[in-house]
Design a protein around this ligand. Structure first.
Ligand code: PEP
Ligand code: MN
Length: 273
């Protein structure tokens, strides 16, 4: 792909990105947690549940870029403190979204990985700022963006000196309305033939429906993704944001079991060849 100096495939092979004790690009990484941090009890209860189900990392939004200014915008710095507590208790590294370049230093103090959301994928000021940070970045695909535009956004981050970029396919807008977005799983093998960067998928935002998260998580494994990020809440019926796509602990545990089984089946198959 023309113009990609740093994000394109390289002789030295695929990159791995360290996030605390976790390596994205090695094995299959499962990131789970609520859409938003709502309270200490909610976050800690959810963190314990996803840890015992086998998650590798925790997610939770403290700064929420909501579609409407009248919806819950997140707990901000109090949310970051709660996330840190959840990390200290469970040992699971934290990824959380940054929506404002001015918040990057603050979020770096509390989190292990910075998330750039779909709405900000082409926010060049924000991309440059996280490119200067010393924390890895989870770069979600813009809901209206091509793969080329997405990789160019990764290029902005790499070009500032931050090598820790993980891509996340979270679904794009199509004419379909039954699903919230269309999870473009063909982007996974496409990115693998264009770039050395690891790529995960987000079957929660990619479908918007609890019933579709399990099947699309398995399909993500089959597509060759390096992991998934899914929304889980200890009491999903009480979730303040993205309730329709939020798994309960039991549903999440079942998905982890199935995903791990499929991945290990695939690894055995490739070892035989
Ligand atoms: C999220 O992860 O909660 C989120 C807002 O994701 P996206 O930017 O993909 O919509
Ligand atoms: Mn969400």
């Amino acid at each position: 792909m023309k113009g990609l100096k740093l994000a394109s495939l390289k002789e030295s092979g695929r990159s791995k990105v360290e996030v605390g004790p976790v390596t994205v690009g090695e094995g299959f990484v499962i990131i789970a947690g609520p859409c938003s941090v709502e309270s200490e009890d909610q976050m800690l209860e959810t963190a314990r549940a996803v840890k015992s189900a086998g998650a590798n990392m925790l997610r939770g939004g403290a700064f929420k870029p909501r579609s409407s200014p009248y919806e819950f915008q997140g707990l901000g710095i109090d949310g970051l403190k709660i996330l840190r507590k959840a990390r200290d208790e469970t040992g699971l590294p934290i990824v959380t979204e940054v929506v404002d370049p001015r918040d990057v230093p603050l979020i770096c103090e509390h989190a292990d990985m910075l998330q750039i959301g779909t709405r900000n994928m082409q926010n060049v000021a924000l991309l440059k700022e996280v490119g200067l940070a010393d924390k890895p970045v989870l770069l979600k695909r813009g809901m209206f963006s091509t793969i080329e535009e997405w990789l160019n956004s990764a290029e902005y981050i790499l070009n500032e000196g931050n090598p820790g970029v993980v891509l996340c396919e979270r679904g794009i807008k199509t004419h379909e309305t039954y699903t919230r977005n269309t999870l473009d799983l063909s982007a996974v093998p496409a990115v693998k033939e264009l770039s050395h960067l690891p790529i995960i998928t987000d079957p929660s935002h990619g479908t918007g429906r609890v019933s579709l998260i399990g099947p699309m998580s398995l399909a993500s494994v089959a597509s060759g993704a390096d992991g998934i990020i899914v929304e889980v809440h200890a009491h999903p019926e009480l979730a303040v944001s993205d309730r329709d796509q939020t798994l309960g602990p039991g549903q999440f545990a079942e998905i982890v079991k199935n995903v791990r089984a499929l991945r290990s089946f695939m690894e055995k198959g490739s070892a035989k060849r």
